[in-house]
Ligand binder design. Structure first.
Ligand SMILES: [Fe+2]
Length: 315
């Protein structure tokens, strides 16, 4: 009888132990689900490499590597160590040029964040320099202070077009104003660029590609969407702040035929979450458009077909 009671007691202990473990597991899972989109995914910054076919790209620029940073949104939930990390990681990448397409801060009507983030951004370097434009949040914080820093750091491409020469050939880089706060017609921006030469435009908002202009644009580099921040199975990206919902992330073609690359960027706006939409440092490896479809390199040197706009590799 005594041993029977002992057995029952042990079984009850085992059942109670299992329940506690299961409960703890459920609480742990619930806590993870609740905290992951707010406190975890946003810090898992990937380096994604894309091969981008570009019309009119001179042969001298085959394999030209642009590191594209956007939407850092320094401020709440994006502390300065994240910005420093992104900058130092960028400076360690193989790169010819760095471009930044706006939204460097989070605050509105203030200059404190601008004055803290730009000294870090000023540390970006590349063989052919660093070119930057502004996004809507930079205007919402303070347009003139943001412009001051663009000028002071030598990164200013806002409303400007410059050429880059390599082995006697050249391409053009032009910086559009932000579509919501600072838009000017792209025809004006590209007025002095020779018709036959390759044109790459930095434009914070990818909807810029669908504005009225007649000039040819070979490639537009944008951010603004943060990739939608949340990407749900079957639903997709319900939080895209753009008119053309095709412009979520990756390489797209506009109705006018321009290639538009949209980076998922680093930070957030409106909803402080990221889910299934990891932040990225985008490395764009340019190839003349005739080179055809993207390929994915493998360690053995073999290659496999890859849909356009998908990263070649993650780091
Ligand atoms: Fe943004």
């Amino acid at each position: 009888m005594g041993s029977l009671i002992g057995t029952v007691h042990m079984q009850m202990q085992a059942i109670t132990g299992h329940r506690i473990l299961r409960l703890a597991g459920s609480f742990g899972a619930a806590a993870f689900v609740a905290t992951y989109p707010v406190f975890i995914e946003r810090y898992l910054v990937l380096t994604n490499t894309y091969r981008i076919p570009v019309p009119h790209l001179p042969e001298a620029f085959r394999g030209f590597r642009i590191v594209h940073l956007t939407d850092l949104h320094y401020g709440f939930l994006v502390p300065l160590w994240v910005i420093r990390h992104v900058v130092s990681r960028t400076n360690r990448l193989e790169r010819d040029l760095v471009v930044c397409t706006g939204d460097y801060v989070h605050e509105r009507n203030g200059t404190a964040q601008i004055d803290r983030v730009w000294p870090v951004l000023s540390e970006l370097t590349a063989r052919f320099g660093v070119c930057s434009v502004l996004g809507n949040h930079d205007h919402w914080a303070d347009t003139s202070r943001s412009q001051e820093w663009l000028t002071r750091t030598g990164q200013d491409l806002r409303h400007k077009a410059i050429s880059i020469e390599n082995e006697g050939q050249r391409l053009w880089l032009a910086g559009a104003g932000d579509l919501w706060e600072d838009h000017r017609n792209l025809d004006d921006l590209l007025r002095d660029v020779p018709d036959s030469e390759c044109r790459i435009v930095l434009a914070h908002n990818p909807d810029t590609a669908d504005t009225r202009f007649s000039a040819r644009v070979d490639l537009i580099l944008s951010g603004h969407t943060h990739g939608g921040q949340v990407e749900l199975p079957l639903v997709g990206t319900p939080l895209l702040p753009v008119r053309n919902k095709e412009y979520s992330s990756g390489l797209k073609v506009s109705p006018k035929g321009a290639r538009v690359f949209i980076s998922k960027g680093i930070g957030w706006a409106v909803f402080p979450v990221r889910f299934n939409c990891l932040p990225e440092i985008a490395v764009l490896e340019l190839v003349p458009e005739s080179a055809g479809e993207e390929t994915r390199r493998t360690r053995k040197g073999a290659s496999t077909r890859r849909p356009r706009g998908m990263p070649l590799d993650h780091v």
